[in-house]
Design a protein around this ligand. Structure first.
Ligand SMILES: Cc1cc2nc3c(=O)[nH]c(=O)nc-3n(C[C@H](O)[C@H](O)[C@H](O)COP(=O)(O)OP(=O)(O)OC[C@H]3O[C@@H](n4cnc5c(N)ncnc54)[C@H](O)[C@@H]3O)c2cc1C
Length: 371
């Protein structure tokens, strides 16, 4: 599954660019947490809106109907076991969709379903918010299980380390971390390599006093990262909640959150030394630290939030859904976060889009040629 995903990744991105008309930043690859090199493409605006907007436009152009606010409830099978449609409801009215070629389940993960999260990973209870949308209910997994599809890895649930502690929303403004922003705890000390995997950083944050951390960066970093100008709404929201500030000095940064000033200054002194020597002796920062001696600074309080569910429906490399004996369920395909075999225990940044586009295309093509 992983080979299929990576072998088709470049072609999938070219298809997005050339057919769907998605605009990517030409010279800006990201080195997300866990990446060994810069490798993630970034769409215009730095969010999924560019991709979804262009898909909506393309669907209209090719005359593909999209039925929103319509809830799929049940997969329909014929007496030979082939999936032949879906039963759904809209405004309380039942609708039956008949599918000659097949049904593709693409209902996403279950980050927003706290009961389902707890069932498979009790640690991820009500204390965690989610970065995802309210539709992440796991419905597709439940529907597939009802017709005896196999599911895998449901206990592997990813938290994103840097989120709004009050709402659970992801803090894209703090993507300055990928350009050198550091993480410190309430004692003003670094405690983890800032570019480690999401699960490693999340667990490290939860081990700190109060289960939160602070992200700190300066203008030199922002000049390269540009995240402050890119996400002004996030700054306004976090600032109004007392969770993020722009300040001129480290003293002010420490004061805002009651961090011991001297400890924070000592941490930054060490970081500046590691930036100068090119060797982070404390946590071995893989991209190299950046000098933080000049203000102004941005400091944000952050905590992990549930971000992605790696487990889901078992599929093969043709995106066909497998039953509990690993046999193909005819007429049924699945792609995206609803599936469970592409990300192992923890998804790398950028790989969800790779997964949904690669396997979404395969599912569509397989359904189109199915007899
Ligand atoms: C804040 C955030 C930032 C992210 N950033 C990145 C990134 O930089 N790179 C990356 O690769 N990935 C990223 N991801 C992950 C990625 O966005 C998701 O994994 C991906 O969108 C999943 O796509 P999907 O089509 O499988 O499911 P979704 O996008 O979740 O879509 C599923 C849809 O199905 C609908 N649905 C659910 N149940 C039913 C039902 N019963 N009937 C009808 N409809 C239903 C849902 O409402 C939803 O609209 C990010 C995720 C979040 C939350």
């Amino acid at each position: 599954m992983v080979e299929t995903m990576v072998d088709n990744a470049v072609e999938a991105s070219e298809w997005l660019r050339d057919y769907v008309d998605v605009e990517f930043y030409p010279n800006q690859l990201f080195q997300f947490g866990g990446h060994s090199v810069k490798r993630a493409l970034i769409p215009k605006g730095h969010t999924g809106a560019e991709v979804i907007g262009k898909f909506a436009k393309k669907a209209e152009e090719v005359g593909l109907p999209v039925h929103t606010n319509t809830t799929a409830q049940r997969l329909l099978k014929d007496d030979k076991g082939r999936v032949i449609g879906v039963e759904a409801t809209k405004n309380g009215k039942k609708i039956t969709y008949h599918a000659n070629k097949g049904v593709v389940i693409a209902t996403g993960g279950f980050s927003a379903n706290v009961e389902m999260r707890k069932k498979y990973n009790p640690e991820l209870d009500e204390r965690y918010g989610t970065t995802g949308h309210a539709g992440g209910t796991g419905d597709g997994i439940v529907m597939a299980e009802k017709i005896k599809a196999s599911t895998k890895n449901l206990g592997y649930i990813q938290s994103y380390p840097i989120c709004n502690p009050e709402t659970g929303a992801i803090a894209l403004i703090a993507d300055a971390r990928f350009f050198g922003a550091i993480l410190v705890n309430q004692q003003g000390k670094r405690f983890v390599e800032e570019l480690d995997r999401r699960d490693v950083i999340s667990h490290a944050i939860l081990d700190q006093t109060g289960r939160y951390a602070y992200v700190l960066w300066n203008k030199d970093i922002d000049d390269v990262a540009g995240t402050v100008d890119m996400h002004p709404g996030e700054f306004a929201d976090l600032n109004s909640r007392g969770l993020m500030f722009k300040v001129d000095t480290l003293e002010e940064a420490a004061e805002k959150f009651n961090i011991p000033v001297k400890a924070l200054q000592a941490t930054v002194k060490d970081v500046n030394h590691y930036a100068a020597t090119g060797k982070d002796e404390a946590f071995n920062h893989r991209a190299g630290l950046v000098d933080l001696s000049k203000g102004p600074y941005w400091i944000m309080k952050a905590t992990p939030s549930v971000h992605h569910t790696m487990g889901g429906i078992a599929t093969n490399t043709k995106a066909q859904v497998l039953d509990q004996h690993d046999k193909v369920i005819p007429g049924l395909y699945a792609a995206g976060e609803v599936t469970g075999l592409t990300h192992g225990t923890n998804r790398l940044g950028g790989n969800a889009y790779t997964d949904i586009i690669v396997f979404g295309r395969i599912a569509g093509m397989q359904a189109a040629i199915s007899k």
